[in-house]
Ligand binder design. Structure first.
Ligand code: ATP
Ligand code: ATP
Ligand code: MG
Ligand code: MG
Lengths: 222, 222
């Protein structure tokens, strides 16, 4: 469903050239469960942002369901970002003035759901990540791991079929982390496609396919 | 050197009462190496913020070198925060408009060092965490793990004798994480006092003393 062909992401800082991604190719199939590992700075988040249509490559081709992303209009791209893909950011990116419940509701505002249904979905997503008693808290009134779990709940609220999670358990104790991973397993069994960036071996081995990045290149894909 | 006696931190949200810390007592001695673990939301960051003089308890007593923190004036508190304690935040808290080098220099601006010496110290701190080639990058031009390492370098720039690190390896691959922990070991051998919040067992067992929090209380201290 996703074809990434010879993609590079190159930054220029002064006369310094940084190749965040260097000629990367990967094909992602429906119901894949992929873990992505690699050293700090090796390009994992950059690759995730491109897959999630949140960033554009400097070179190379990205096809989503066999259509070129570069030829899509704004509403097609918005549809992919808001309804087909759920993204858990490495730095959470919650809106500071909204409560947990409101933050989780944000992606649902574009959906055809009515207000009551939206609230129920958002409450259910927060219940799944164990935060029913934190629905009225704003991000500054939450712990690091609680913010991470709100970010996870928000990514799942729209029931997307592709879930991209960038280090989703990095701020969680092992028990909360295992609960989240068990839930990811259920999503996978339900037919969804999961790509998880992690630096924890215990998380990576739960995936069916393992990818490793090094210096902006894919060095392992098995 | 630090005495925390019956400390509570209580928040009121509407008619909801949240006890982030509930009657916590702990004594910290010179050259201690303490790891703090506990579930997400159990009060670890809250305790660290109080120890680091970045937050005030709702009840209880905090003595630093046998003096009451509540009786200190602004310049005494600033001296503790900027020169005696180095704090690595769970969410990094880098200044977005400054480069890595400038971010690391910030705590040195209050010290008696001249400009050349400040630059050398900041460059050395970045070299230790493996970021010599990222000195001119701003936080938005860095990966998550690189930002975490800049936060670590900044905490160490003033050579504080007390280092408080809130989940310092949460965004690092195992190799970078081990390098940071080896460096923490060296700081400990050099006589410094370290308190590290972590949810990784491999990090916690490197400490000489282990503390565990649950629901705002200390349940283990050995
Ligand atoms: N301003 C606030 N208002 C209300 N509750 C708060 C506020 N700040 C923190 N809390 C609550 O205090 C509790 C402890 O927070 P703390 O950040 O210390 O947890 P933590 O142990 O560091 O968790 P994590 O491992 O997830 O980082 C959490 O349950 C959080 O929701
Ligand atoms: N705007 C930018 N300008 C210059 N370099 C950048 C920019 N954004 C990212 N980089 C560089 O691109 C590289 C890859 O970054 P990326 O965030 O993808 O790494 P990562 O694998 O996710 O790392 P981590 O595990 O630390 O999160 C890094 O070396 C980073 O410094
Ligand atoms: Mg990253
Ligand atoms: Mg915390």
């Amino acid at each position: 469903i996703i074809a990434i062909d010879s993609i590079s992401k190159i930054y220029h800082l002064g006369d310094n050239v940084v190749k965040a991604l260097d000629d990367v190719s990967i094909s992602i199939y429906e119901n894949d469960f992929i873990s992505i590992m690699g050293p700090s700075g090796s390009g994992k988040s950059t690759l995730m942002n491109i897959i999630g249509c949140l960033d554009v490559p400097t070179k190379g081709v990205y096809k989503f369901s066999n259509e070129l992303i570069s030829e899509m209009n704004d509403s097609q791209l918005a549809n992919i970002r808001n309804e087909k893909i759920g993204f858990v950011f490495q730095t959470f990116n919650l809106l500071p003035k909204l409560t947990s419940l409101q933050n989780v509701e944000v992606p649902l505002i574009y959906s055809p759901l009515g207000r009551t249904e939206r609230l129920q979905r958002a409450e259910e997503a927060l219940r799944i990540v164990g935060l029913s008693d934190r629905m009225a808290h704003k991000p500054s009134e939450l712990s690091g791991g609680q913010r991470q779990r709100v970010a996870i709940a928000r990514a799942l609220a729209n029931k997307p079929s592709i879930i991209l999670a960038d280090e989703p358990t990095g701020n969680l104790d092992s028990k909360s982390g295992v609960e989240i991973l068990n839930f990811f397993d259920e999503l996978h069994k339900a037919g969804n496609t999961l790509i998880i960036v992690t630096h924890e071996e215990s998380v990576a081995k739960r995936a069916k396919r393992r990818v490793e990045l090094f210096d902006g290149k894919i060095v392992v894909d098995e």
